[in-house]
Design a protein around this ligand. Sequence first.
Ligand code: NAP
Ligand code: G4F
Length: 363
Amino acid sequence: MTNIALITGITGQDGSFLAEFLLSKGYEVHGTIRRSSVDFRERIMHLEGAPHFHLHYADLGDSMSIIQVLNKVRPTEIYNLAAQSHVQVSFDSPEFTADVDATGVLRILEGVRQCGLAKTCRIYQASTSELYGKVEEVPQNENTQFHPYSPYAVAKLYGYWIVKEYREAYNMYCCSGILFNHESERRGETFVTRKITLAAARIAQGKQDKLYLGNLSSLRDWGYAKDYVECMWLILQHETPEDFVIATGVQHSVREFCQLAFHHVGIELEFKGEGADEKGIDKTTGKVIVEVSEDFYRPTDVVNLLGDPTKAKAKLGWNPAKTSFEELVKIMVEADIVKVAAEVAGEKVRTNLVEYLEKGIVK
Ligand code: NAP
Ligand code: G4F
């Protein structure tokens, strides 16, 4: 029997990597997309038209659209990755975040039941280390007490508990991957890692002057998204439905991420000062490259995330050390150097074309 996967949030960072991974495993892959007035399919454009790849319109805020897709696709595995995934944005749009990240999970679970798929379909829920929030212990594992510390985390906590409830109440195969931060060259540009790697590439190529950041001391356990989507799949292949922490077990600060990213473009940064007055200075030129802007401070910030992946290693055979922090930063910076160089080249071509048109060299 063919495995049929339905990925919600297929246009996102993880969705795009997971789609590629499942196609390589011979799955029939279906994904949900939303209507937008601008192009939003950059990450999956290369897959469109492939024989086993299909897209459907659905929104996690709209039960009818979910049920329609479930009935049409009749998936054997669902990966519920769709979410308003930006923590800072959740303070500005708390109700929307709750509707999608909390009630949206319920809509998927109940949809599966109502479509008669409860016994045949396994469900993966994209849970998060943000559940640990104002952390009760370091490192965090599957037994660590939750202390959500943002509207996003509170919404995701509902998602976590409703998955557990459906598992116990209806004997459904549904589980949560409690994933720590994972990044890549496809990461959204407003998350701190990508904001830094893009800025490093732009500053090195003269396209940006300075980088403004918020809390530089915040600590994260950063892994590579490509390695993490494999683990999502492994979680659903496990004999029994269980929740897993997925992390590298290594922690770095935003400041350290910055130093390494700029190092890859030939700028050695030295940080001086404290709090909002702290600055990242180019050791060679003395120029201020990084400044703190309180605009990027959060009403409550999660500052000490470090995961313990022991269970995933032991029960799933997953390797948390596949891509190191140093390799991750290098991958991201190199991709952004190429991206910015292409933009610069494009600008030159446009400028030359205007000049040639004006001089009548081309008509
Ligand atoms: P992402 O790049 O922001 O992608 C989010 C996806 O959700 C996009 O495809 C987006 O579609 C879709 N979406 C948003 N609102 C929706 C709605 N109302 N209905 C249907 N789709 C909707 O996020 P990601 O980094 O890939 O993360 C994937 C999941 O893992 C998310 O649930 C996130 O909360 C969770 N997570 C991520 C991390 C991490 O470090 N990356 C860690 C732990 C958990 P559009 O393209 O149309 O906006
Ligand atoms: O990159 P971030 O925005 O990621 P955050 O808040 O950890 O959330 C991401 O990871 C979660 C897993 O733990 C996911 F559930 C969630 O969906 C998302 O993918 O911020 C990381 C840290 C924060 O402490 C933030 O305060 O970096 C700090 N930071 C400092 N300056 C900044 C900035 N964050 C952003 N986005 N922009 C800044 O300028």
